[in-house]
Write a protein that binds this ligand. Sequence first.
Ligand code: ACO
Length: 383
Amino acid sequence: MSNAGTGLKGVVLDETRIAFIDGDEGKLVYRGYNIHDLAHVATFEEVSYLLLYGDLPTRAELAAFDRRLKAGRPIPEQVIDIIKSLSAANSMDVLRTAVSALVALDENSHAANAELALPVGIRLISQTATIVAAMHRIRNGLEPVAPRPDLSHAANFLYMMFGHEPSAEDAKIIDLDLVLHAEHSSNASTFAARVAAGTAADIGSAIVAAIATLKGPLHGGAAEAVQKTVEEIGDPQKAIDFVEEKIKAGEKVMGFGHRVYKNDDPRGIELKDIARDLGEKRGQGQWFQILQQVEKAMQPYRAKGIYPNVDFYAGAVYSLIGIPDELFVPMFAVGRMPGWVAHVLEQYEDNVLIRPLLDYTGPRHLRYVPIDEREAEAVAYAS
Ligand code: ACO
C-alpha cells in the first residue's frame, strides 16, 4: 500500500511500552500514568526514572538515580570552547554541535546496546541542560556557571542560566514544563532517534539525529514562532484580524494543529493555566490576553480538529521566567531527553533496521546520453 504524500500519517511503526496517546480524547499516558496525574506532583527526575526504567522509583531508587544525574552534569572545557566559538550561531545548531562534540570526546559514550547506553543516556539528560545554560551565558557575554549538586534538575538549570538560585515558584514551573515535554511517542524527533538507533548507531548519534529533527518550526520550533506571532500582534484587539489574515493567506497559525491530537493537547491545558496565573502575578497579563484572543479566533477550526498544541502557551511561560525566544527549542530538547533516551533503549532491546519504501514516480526507461552529445544537443537547441 502506498502512503504517498501522507507523511506516514496513521502508520503504526512498532510497539512501545513507553507512552500512549489518544488523539481524539486528548489523552497522554507515560508508562500507564496519565499526564494530568503526574503534572504538579511528580518531579522531572521521577518522571525520567519512570520513562527509562518503566516503573515509578522507590525513595532509595530515586535518590540513587538523582545522584547519577547530578554526577553527570559537568561538561568538558572543549565543549565550552565549541559553544564559545559558535556564540552567534542558531541556538539549535549550537546544541546539536555541542552534544555531537560531547559524544565524540567521550569514547565511553559510543554504546549501541540498551545496557551500556543507559548510563550514557542518563548523563546526556543532565549534560543537555548544562549545554543550554552555558550557551545562554556565553551568548550574553558571561562565563558559564558550574552546576550545583544540591539543586534539582530544574532549579540547577535556572541557576546555571541566570547565575543565582531561582525562586521555588520558577523552579517548580520549569520542572512541570520539563515533565510535560518529557515524552511523546513516535513524534518526528523520536522517530529520527529510533531510525538512527535502528542502524545500531550509538546512542549519542541517535540523540543528535533527534535534536536535528526537533529544530524545524513544524515540530519543536513552533513555540518560538508563537512568541514572534504574539510580539507581532502586540495588542489583544488586533489578534482576531491577524488570525483572519493568516488563514485567508493560506498560512498556518503557529501553535495550532497536531498530527495526533484532534482535541485539546493535555500538555497545553496545563501550560495555559501557568501562563495565565504567572502573567497576572508578574503584571504581564497582556501576553496571555493576546494568546486568548488568538485561541478565540481559531475556535471555528476546532471542527476541523485544529486545537492549540503544547507550544501555544509554552513560549509565554518561558518569557515570563526570563528565558529568551532563541532558547525555546533548546528548552524543548532539555525536556524531551528522557523520552528520546527511553526510545533509543527500547529500539536496541529488540532492534530492527527501520527502512521504509518510497513509491517511485519518476521515469524508468531513459537512454543515457554521453555528456558531449548532451552539450551538442543543448547548443543546437539554443541556436
Ligand atoms: N493553522 C491553520 N490551519 C491548520 C493548522 C494551523 N496551525 N494546522 C493544520 N491546519 C489545517 C491545514 O491547512 C489542513 O487543512 P486542509 O485540510 O484544508 O488542507 C488541515 O488542517 C490538516 O493539516 P495538515 O498540515 O495536513 O496536518 P498535519 O498532521 O500534516 O500537520 C502540523 C500537523 C504540522 C503540526 C500542523 O498542524 C502545523 O503546521 N501546525 C503549525 C505548527 C505547529 O504548531 N507545530 C507544533 C506541533 S506540536 C509539536 O511538535 C510539539
